[in-house]
Design a protein around this ligand. Structure first.
Ligand code: PLP
Ligand SMILES: N[C@@H](CCOP(=O)(O)O)C(=O)O
Length: 460
């Protein structure tokens, strides 16, 4: 399969180079040139299979030029062996026709582990074969960074640099990034918010001399491999609930749009998804855009669901690319306008987007209230991001089963959960000493040159 840039000006690549390249050289994001379709029978055959087997069947056509099915199967098995639940992504019933998809049983307790553990294996396998070394950079509002560090710590062929916004991640998230003591791991706290960190990562990719000198690679959802691994749990959840014989809806707590875009791909592959609901917190730029067509960047308001405190939502570019019928020139133009504060989606593209995505927002108070009343009604303790999803999902319930993605474990955000319920969730036993471990924090200015200098020095 070939992958093309959303902006149409970079060379098309196979999967392996797409995975190692990260951002396309024209600033766009790689997307598959065509999407494989699964037949109803193929989808029906997934019901009841182990998660790993579904992963191989769903992903194989996307990665065929890089991994044969046996190799893919080995990598997938290794990736998920350390998960704390046999089903990997279990479903829990929340109410009539409403289910939670628990995506927090991986090593860092957030959905990022599904993709990161797998691409850790894929990078290791590929770099060893090619005899190459890379410097991975990632921007994080807390969860991508910890998942990346966990997946790549101690690997010979990789240095991993994670930029997180100083003071804007939870203490658990910060400690997950700053306590690993492997010398190839570097947590960099920058002044500003997540959008600043993500902008600096993109700046580094656009500095071609630096990029080539250090062998830059990216593990944010700019990397299509991240999105691909997340497509799998839409299939396991939907087939468990009766797909393809019945339609299923999904509500996705959303920030950078990678997770919900994975659902879009699943739908395009033939999974009967009735609704794909984008749930935002008070940083509701995506909800406003999907409602009005206007994407206007404002200030990031810190919230109790900090991993979704985003204004510049990277993967929305991929959704726009599909909505504009693959017109790279139009996307390049929109992204240029985004750089100066925002853009307006054309009427035709907006209608296409609205055909695929519904949306909603949860205020801070609604988020807290949802944590409290879900506990009272069902006994489930939600993380604040999941609570945003549950609040929005409740407004979209119909006669098809609705699945809300539970994107993180409540113990990653104990302050918000305790404030809402009076209960302080505890970390699993294997992480019980997280608060006793020494931290290594490097403060860096929000300045491209300063960040690049640290990366060059540390790599050396
Ligand atoms: C816990 C949690 N929920 C939801 C999101 C939003 O996911 P996405 O950025 O894929 O939209 C994130 C961050 O990515 C997260 O860490
Ligand atoms: N919420 C994310 C932000 C980065 O998203 P990504 O999916 O593009 O890596 C985080 O926790 O870091």
């Amino acid at each position: 399969m070939r992958y093309i840039s959303t902006r149409g000006q970079a060379p098309a690549l196979g999967f392996e180079d797409t995975m190692l390249t990260g951002l396309a050289r024209d600033g766009g994001l790689y997307v598959p040139e065509t999407l494989p379709r699964m037949t109803r029978d193929e989808i029906a055959a997934l019901a009841g299979l182990p998660y790993e087997e579904v992963a191989v069947r769903v992903m194989a056509p996307f990665v065929a030029d890089a991994f044969d099915e046996t190799t893919l199967g080995d990598l997938v098995s290794r990736a998920y062996a350390g998960f704390g639940h046999d089903a990997r992504a279990p479903l829990v019933q929340l109410g009539p026709n409403h289910h939670l998809l628990e995506l927090f049983h991986g090593p860092t307790l957030a959905f990022k582990d599904f993709a990161m553990q797998l691409i850790g294996q894929m990078f290791q396998h590929t770099l060893a074969r090619r005899g190459e070394r890379v410097a991975i950079v990632g921007a994080t509002s807390g969860d991508t960074g910890s998942a990346a560090i966990e997946a790549f710590r101690g690997l010979d062929a990789v240095d991993v640099f994670v930029l997180y916004p100083h003071g804007r991640v939870s203490e658990v998230q910060r400690r997950q990034m700053t306590t690993p003591d492997e010398s190839n791991v570097h947590a960099l706290a920058i002044d500003g918010h997540f959008d600043d960190a993500q902008a600096r990562v993109k700046d580094m990719f656009n500095d071609f001399a630096f990029r080539d000198r250090v062998g830059l690679a990216g593990v944010n959802s700019i990397n299509f491999a991240r999105v691909l691994a997340q497509v799998v749990y839409y299939f396991t959840a939907a087939t468990t609930l009766g797909a393809p014989h019945r339609e299923v809806g999904f509500t996705v707590p959303t920030g950078n749009f990678g997770d919900v875009f994975a659902g879009h791909i699943a739908k395009r592959m033939g999974l009967p998804i009735r609704q794909l609901v984008v749930a935002t917190n008070q940083n509701d730029i995506l909800h406003r855009c999907l409602t009005t067509g206007d994407y206007r960047i404002g200030t990031v308001e810190p919230s109790i669901s900090p991993s979704m405190d985003i204004q510049v939502s990277s993967n929305f570019e991929r959704a726009l690319h599909l909505a504009y019928g693959g017109d790279g020139r139009a996307i390049a133009q929109l992204m240029e306008e985004q750089g100066s504060g925002g853009f307006t989606v054309s009427q035709g593209a907006l209608e296409t987007l609205q055909h695929i995505y519904a949306s909603g927002r949860a205020s801070e108070e609604e988020t807290s209230r949802t944590i409290a009343d879900t506990l009272r009604r069902t006994g489930e303790l939600l993380c604040p991001h999941t609570a945003v999803g549950v609040h929005v999902a409740r407004q979209h319930l119909d006669d098809a089963p609705m699945v809300t993605l539970a994107t993180a474990h409540p113990a990653k955000f104990p302050d918000a959960v305790e404030a809402a319920t009076g209960i302080r969730p505890s970390l699993p036993p294997r992480m019980a000493d997280l608060f006793d471990r020494d931290e290594r924090i490097t403060r860096v200015e929000n300045d491209l040159h300063a960040i690049e200098t640290i990366i060059e020095e540390r790599r050396a």
